[in-house]
Design a protein around this ligand. Structure first.
Ligand code: MN3
Length: 198
């Protein structure tokens, strides 16, 4: 059974960069729907009882309904932790070193990550992941994640309109800039990086 866990902060904790109203809709309604749909669709399927990562990878290209909902559950359960009040700020040394080696600099990463989110046509996500020992920026459509492309995501930002339209209307680049500068929880990124590389 998949479950919706509480946000790791209060609904108004990310203001002014992400509003209480956005989190009430996005976490309490959109994410809940993915959890409920995922639980209904997995019943009696070959993926029942498997880990969420195995369900995401295994159902990709085979069972679109299940993949879309469980994929989005996987993405969102991390997304809430990829943000925190007073986030952004300095990047942990280990991540900074890896960004410099793989991408050139922290600034280049920010530029590429914001560009990936801005240029994702329609609904989707922008990502930073570990692939073949290097950090890579990518974008995916709908509920896809780097997991289904042989990589391990360590940071992702939701660019579906439900993630920013209440607060930013059509200004997706402004939402992405605010996410990078004021919301990213680098401690959680570091934790996922260490798990992905250990
Ligand atoms: Mn979403």
């Amino acid at each position: 059974m998949f479950t919706l866990t509480d946000l790791p902060y209060s609904h108004d904790a990310l203001q002014p960069y992400m509003s209480k109203e956005t989190l009430e809709y996005h976490h309490d309604k959109h994410h809940l729907a993915y959890v409920n749909n995922g639980n209904n669709l997995i019943k009696g399927s070959e993926w029942e009882g498997k880990s969420i990562e195995d369900v995401v990878v295994g159902s990709f290209g085979k069972n679109a309904g299940l993949f879309n909902n469980v994929g989005q559950h996987y993405n969102h359960k991390h997304f809430w932790n990829w943000m925190k009040p007073n986030g952004g700020g300095s990047v942990p040394g280990k991540i900074e070193k890896a960004l410099v080696e793989s991408i050139g600099s922290v600034d280049k990463f920010k530029e590429d990550f914001i560009a990936a989110g801005t240029t994702q046509f329609g609904s989707g996500w922008a990502w930073l992941s570990v692939k073949d020992g290097k950090l890579v920026v990518s974008k995916t459509q709908n509920g896809e994640s780097p997991l289904v492309h042989g990589a391990k995501p360590i940071l992702g930002v939701d660019v579906w309109e439900h993630s920013y339209y209440i607060d930013y209307r059509n200004r997706r680049p402004d939402y992405l800039k605010a996410f990078v500068e004021h919301l990213i929880n680098w401690d959680y990124v570091l934790e996922m990086y260490e798990n992905a590389t250990s």
